[in-house]
Ligand binder design. Sequence first.
Ligand code: CAA
Length: 388
Amino acid sequence: MKVGIDLIHFATSDFYLGLDLFALEKNQDLNKYLVGIGQEKMSIAPPDEDIVTLSAKAAEPILNQIERHKISAVLFATESGVDQSKSAGAFVHSLLNLSNRCRVIELKHACYAGAAALQMAVNMVKVNPKEEVLVIAADIARYDLNTSGEATQGCGAVAMLVRQAPRILEVEPGSGYYTEDVMDFWRPNYRETALVDGKYSTKVYLSSLKQAWLHFTEETGKKMSDIHQFCYHIPFTKMAEKAHKQLIKITQTQQTEADTLEQIKASQIYNRIVGNSYSASLFVGFCSLLDHAHNLANHRVGFFSYGSGCVAEFFTGIIQPGYQSYLMTDSHQAQIEQRQPLSYNQYLAFYHQTEPNQDNIEFATHHTGPFRLSAIKDHKRIYIKTQD
Ligand code: CAA
């Protein structure tokens, strides 16, 4: 039985900060960002947008195409949780009018949780083929101002419907994984922004890729030449390039640099202008591949997920014939094109007003999306649907 991604859609915020303005503000050469880390823009969430509203926006177009009461579970992956107890998925479940006969759970391990949720969903369907699982990966990447990470912020949510006989991607059995207790990037409970040892984190990313790959080849017997395209976790696009070049090197694959870059090029287009979206980033990259590469039917895609701290996994999937008919490319591109640019001061105003400590607050309407965080009353978050 084939199981995998039947439909996939991503959402990002209505605003972005250009790294051209950022470079001017920080008195840095723009090429450090465009070339050095490979980023042009980062999506910035206004105060009335969070992982819940982004996720509902990502999932709604999928649910409009299916019988939504059949969703039997929501697996919500994030490291930007809005509550220490309640799953963000429970808010999304309500906004999306899902059946009460549904399980909802939040999963966390840095940027890895999205891949973990996808694998769990696939296994749930294999055990019970009646299951239709909504997997959501959503994050808002935030670092302290004037730190190396500030240029690599961003936000996004990806929703995926996982079921049998998938129309877009069959997730193949067998994967390679690697866990090690390291402190390369973390966010203590008392902080709203992540702490990161930037250079060290890139080294651990690359060493984890090697270990996950070695495990993957042992488990599956597959080789580099069996895989046509690659999607990496993309904290910034240059990281994926470094990763893929390393994989080519350790597997002693003989191919030109142009061919190496071609295997990842289409998967980087959205991430370059959306920025990091932590657990969603691998799947934003997959959407980018699907929307920009031609004729991927029957191609095998390699996926590398990396979550700092760290857990990594390498797995593969096969693109299904006819997949093009089920893509939501227009929606992805419209959202990206319609974003409003922020000045650096507007970005700062959003940045400083994210998580108010007061008990009661009404949020001004900043964005035009279908769902918004309207208030926090008596410590309870109030979400509303703004469009029918
Ligand atoms: N023209 C061209 N290239 C330039 C340049 C210029 N004018 N100026 C600098 N560069 C190059 C540098 O040579 C460098 O290239 P290499 O990486 O190949 O050496 C690159 O641009 C970056 O420059 P710096 O090293 O000076 O940049 P930095 O130290 O300020 O920041 C970073 C780099 C450490 C990665 C930083 O962006 C960061 O801390 N990011 C957050 C952490 C992160 O994303 N880590 C990734 C792995 S962890 C992970 O994946 C999980 C996750 O999502 C966080």
